[in-house]
Design a protein around this ligand. Structure first.
Ligand SMILES: *[C@@H]1O[C@H](CO)[C@@H](O)[C@H](O)[C@H]1NC(C)=O
Ligand SMILES: *[C@@H]1O[C@H](CO)[C@@H](O)[C@H](O)[C@H]1NC(C)=O
Ligand SMILES: *[C@@H]1O[C@H](CO)[C@@H](O)[C@H](O)[C@H]1NC(C)=O
Length: 320
């Protein structure tokens, strides 16, 4: 009997050691907007399922997500979401994932939407890649801050500016409820679907696809974010040592600037539009450099499910 228990315990500890870690990094999503944001997450092919693919994040709230090891995929913020009282269908004015539900299993962000993109290495010895992209347009400010990573390019990135208000008319998306308020800003590719803007066909290489006057506007407002498909050099960030990541919607001074919010679904303060940001690139680093990326290592993330199972079995066996 005692020997049997020991063998089982041995097996479980063995499993804990050799099948760990199930999770490698923690993403903390923080909403510093004055309005509710509904994050959506989409995994790349072949990665383990996420704990959630979509949820509501009220103003000044945070949610931590244990990410699967070696996860790659993107996340974004949906805005101005509502559930139809008759049909229960859930839709969002920007970033909608077209699932009709709060969760976004397999659902991609409707453009235009600001995207936070990740390729996690799943190993402290290898490197994570991440970026904030305006290639599919812009709907709200996003900042990515690595916590505890290493390397010269392991820094904050993102787009802290409000680009909705200064968005040129031919790219601008106005709210449906109040057609005068800008809620998102298309990329030139999204607006005009031309090969030279989308880097397709004859323009499908870094040599032939060049920045356009439109992408240059995005770049001057948000120099660290991707402004067109081949903007890699200044827009891809790299961390060693498997950091955790804080992803903030509406970081710092742009937190008050955003889009309209219909009157009937949350009771926060009405988002103001503005903030003094312009396409001229002034103040663009606001909120990007303020937060240091060094410091605390994450404490959790190295315990595997098998390890927790072993501990649970241990206490359970002690009782029988
Ligand atoms: C990464 O670092 C290298 C060398 O420090 C530099 O040449 C490169 O431009 C950096 N890339 C980014 C995206 O900052
Ligand atoms: C988000 O808001 C909190 C509380 O006001 C603040 O401490 C934090 O610095 C903000 N984060 C960013 C990235 O602006
Ligand atoms: C907003 O507040 C009003 C009045 O307090 C309440 O009736 C309504 O249900 C609230 N709406 C939401 C979405 O919480």
């Amino acid at each position: 009997m005692a020997k049997q228990k020991l063998t089982l315990l041995h097996f479980l500890l063995h499993a804990a050691i050799f099948y760990a870690p199930a999770f490698s990094a923690t993403f903390t999503l923080t909403n510093n907007c004055t309005y509710t944001v509904w994050p959506g997450l989409l995994s790349g092919a072949g990665t383990a399922p996420l704990p959630t693919t979509g949820f509501a994040l009220p103003p000044s709230e945070s949610r931590s997500l244990p990410m699967p090891s070696s996860w790659s995929g993107k996340l974004w913020g949906r805005t101005l979401c509502t559930q139809d009282p008759q049909t229960s269908i859930f839709t969002c004015a920007t970033g909608d994932c077209n699932t009709g539900t709060l969760e976004c299993p397999g659902g991609n962000a409707a453009i235009p939407a600001t995207l936070a993109e990740f390729t996690l290495s799943g190993s402290a010895a290898a490197q994570d890649f991440y970026d904030v992209s305006l290639v599919d347009g812009y709907n709200l400010p996003i900042l990515i801050s690595p916590v505890g990573g290493s390397g010269p390019n392991c820094t904050n990135t993102g787009c802290a500016s409000d680009l909705n208000k200064p968005c040129p008319t031919d790219l601008r998306v106005n709210s449906e409820s109040d057609g005068r308020v800008a809620v998102a800003c298309k990329s030139a590719c999204g607006a005009f679907d031309k090969p030279e803007f989308c880097c397709q066909g004859a323009f499908g290489s870094p040599d032939t696809c060049k920045p356009s006057t439109y992408s240059e506007m995005f770049k001057s407002a948000c120099p660290r974010a991707y402004s067109y498909a081949y903007d890699d050099k200044t827009s891809t960030f790299v961390c060693g040592s498997s950091p955790d990541y804080v992803i903030t919607f509406c970081p710092s001074s742009s937190s008050a600037a955003a889009s309209v919010r219909p009157k009937n679904w949350d009771n926060g303060t009405s988002p103001a539009v503005g903030g003094g940001y312009d396409w001229n690139g002034k103040m663009v680093y606001d909120g990007l450099d303020m937060m240091s990326s060094g410091g605390r290592r994450h404490v959790y993330g190295r315990y595997s499910a098998a390890g927790l199972m072993a501990l649970w079995m241990l206490s359970w066996m002690g009782r029988v």
